[in-house]
Design a protein around this ligand. Structure first.
Ligand SMILES: [Ca+2]
Length: 229
């Protein structure tokens, strides 16, 4: 039997009984929101607008801590109506060597490794996808949850075991909103440079200005998801 003591848990964790086993669990969580056209609120509460039309890393593990389950959540934005704004079109989570997508195109369904499925979906008790109200919830036993309403409102929820170990448009979840605007290469940035740095496979994505001029093209087709490392 696994036994833990509070003194052996990381900061931000407590010892608790989970499914009959005592183990260290997070005692709080952080929520990042992407909504509308799109407005972002980072895990640490920093709010900003970024309207790139590509595939971006919203949040993912950026630490080599072996106790943390790797995951990556990307968002794909498109134009809706006006060419001047973009909306979240697809939210994709990579976790446990699976790729799960919730897409505007397929309301109330999930695409798992390319196969479209009805909800609820469960996998090895590691992962569940369910419908709660208008929101699809991808919940993992790592404690990371992703939601999307198949329209424009997406969230990533991480337990504070991931504090300071995540990166992307949602920031690092370390409790400090002032250091959330950090690019992939670790530099401070404004919204545009922040967003552009978190493109997936940047060389195939158009910069925001060119994306505007190319509006009408299916920009999403230009940006395929590489594996997250
Ligand atoms: Ca922060």
């Amino acid at each position: 039997m696994v036994v833990c003591k509070d003194s052996r848990c990381k900061p931000g964790e407590v010892c608790a009984v989970v499914k009959g086993v005592r183990r260290c669990v997070a005692n709080s969580r952080s929520i990042c929101v992407a909504t509308g056209d799109p407005h972002y609120t980072t895990f640490d509460g920093h709010r900003y607008d970024f309207m790139g039309t590509c595939v971006y890393l919203l949040a993912g593990l950026c630490s080599t801590d072996p106790t943390l389950i790797p995951f990556a959540v990307t968002v794909e934005n498109n134009h809706r109506g006006s060419h001047l704004v973009s909306f979240t079109k697809v939210v994709t989570m990579e976790v446990y060597n699976m790729t799960l997508s919730l897409s505007q195109e397929h309301p109330r369904k999930v695409k798992v490794n390319g196969v479209l499925l009805d909800l609820p979906f469960t996998h090895n008790q590691q992962l569940q996808v369910s419908l709660r109200g208008v929101h699809g919830f991808i919940t993992t036993d790592a404690g990371v949850t992703v939601t999307f309403d198949w329209y424009s409102y997406a969230r990533v929820i991480v337990p504070n075991t991931y504090a300071g170990a995540v990166c992307g448009l949602c920031g690092n979840a370390n409790g400090d909103p002032h250091d959330d605007f950090v690019t992939r290469d670790g530099r401070r940035a404004d919204e545009t440079h922040l967003g552009d740095s978190w493109k997936r496979r940047p060389e195939t994505c158009l910069p925001w200005g060119q994306a505007l001029r190319a509006a009408g093209e299916e920009t999403g087709a230009l940006c395929r998801l590489p594996r997250h490392h």
